[in-house]
Design a protein around this ligand. Structure first.
Ligand SMILES: C[S@@+](CC[C@H](N)C(=O)[O-])C[C@H]1O[C@@H](n2cnc3c(N)ncnc32)[C@H](O)[C@@H]1O
Length: 359
């Protein structure tokens, strides 16, 4: 909501996201500038339903050729909460049939269905008695910024990384460091924020393939002056040379490499690059990245390293491992629940003060 307020869009919290109303300018700006959202959905209609016939009839009644051309490829996604329908797959099929039948009735032809890379995405959200239909103005989810080339183990999603940086309260005047930087996602998001780079500058959007697309307006919005361009002090390290190579490629592709100093180092040994600052990190988690026993041995050593070398720093550790506060032997000053896909996680805040907060 704060992000949208900065774009002069007033939004309200709704389950699973935020809602706002406005013109296409608001929609284009939200897509171009939101660092945290996954998608911007355009609510087309809402109706009561009891079964698949009701769904079909209500969707067929919509004037679909008004929304997109028949040459566009289509995908329908259905999500549900307490829906009485037995099969969401069948509901998806009926909604897709209704859209296609409407086209055929009016134009004598129908759009093709494309699962992997559709031009147009229709989302239906089914509740116990009501269905809401949306057109996706983002297309590919917004965390796909168009710069990721370097693959590394378990990179964080870009919008989750931007959210973690926002929750840390970091401002570009403070040094920021990620000593387990992997492919560099947290650093790239912080650099883009400091430089006022639009996160969507390198990609296309679903709204460009909808009938009401206003090219002139979009060109104008893309040319709007950016915010302040600050010079951040960003530091990244990782003990794995391959992860660092991926981070360097991604930083270059995102065009922010000159703002981030990266080096190969073990978090347990490296020193602080400044007397105070903000540390963000996402240690390995899960079988793929280290056994629970290995991590149980690693966390106390991490706690010691932070206490010995990072007094004066605010540290934010993002993990799904809820044993961390106990094992690291530092008292978190804040715990923020966050979801990483279906995985429940926490962002733990530790204010590192030499000699205190020891359990
Ligand atoms: C979950 S990944 C971080 C992903 C990163 N946030 C991203 O978005 O790409 C954890 C990283 O910690 C690194 N790592 C593991 N042990 C380390 C250590 N002792 N010192 C420094 N880095 C370490 C791994 O090489 C891996 O790249």
């Amino acid at each position: 909501m704060r992000e949208l307020a900065e774009l002069q869009i007033s939004a309200s919290a709704v389950p699973g996201g935020v809602a706002f109303s406005g013109g296409w300018d608001a929609c284009y700006r939200a897509n171009l500038w939101s660092r945290i959202a996954s998608r911007v959905l355009w609510r087309i209609t809402e109706f009561g339903y009891r079964n698949e016939h009701d769904l079909y009839a209500a969707v067929r009644a919509i004037d679909w050729p008004r929304y997109f051309r028949v040459e566009r490829t289509l995908r329908v996604n259905v999500t549900a909460q307490r829906s009485p329908l037995k099969s969401l797959e069948f509901a998806t099929l009926r909604i897709k049939d209704a859209v296609c039948d409407r086209f055929r009735e009016v134009l004598g032809k129908r759009p093709s269905v494309e699962r992997a890379n559709p031009d147009v995405r229709v989302h239906a959200f089914l509740e116990a008695e009501r269905a809401t239909l949306y057109l996706d103005t983002s297309g590919e989810p917004l965390f796909k910024r168009g710069w990721r080339t370097g693959a590394a183990e378990a990179p964080l999603r870009e919008n989750l990384s931007a959210g973690i940086v926002a929750l840390s309260g970091w401002t570009p005047e403070e040094p920021l460091m990620d000593p387990m930087c992997g492919a560099g996602t947290l650093l790239i998001e912080a650099a883009a924020l400091a430089r006022s780079r639009p996160p969507g500058a390198k990609r296309s959007f679903g709204f460009e393939r909808l009938a009401p697309f206003d090219t002139a307006l979009w060109e104008r919005i893309k040319r709007e002056p950016l915010g302040e361009e600050r010079v951040p002090q960003l530091y990244g390290s990782d003990n794995d040379a391959r992860a660092l190579a991926a981070a360097r490629r991604n930083l270059a592709e995102a065009g922010v490499e000159r703002w981030v100093k990266v080096e190969q180092a073990d978090v347990l040994e490296r020193g602080a690059p400044a007397a105070a600052g903000v540390m963000v990190m996402n240690p390995p988690y899960g079988e793929r990245m280290g056994s629970p026993e290995e991590l149980a041995r690693f966390y106390p050593r991490l706690g010691d390293a932070l206490k010995q070398r990072f007094a004066g720093w605010r540290c934010y550790i993002f993990t799904a491992d809820l044993r961390l506060p106990k094992l690291i032997r530092l008292e978190p000053s804040r715990r923020t629940p966050l979801w990483n896909g279906a995985l429940e996680c926490r962002l733990y805040e530790f204010n590192i003060v030499s000699g205190s907060h020891r359990r």
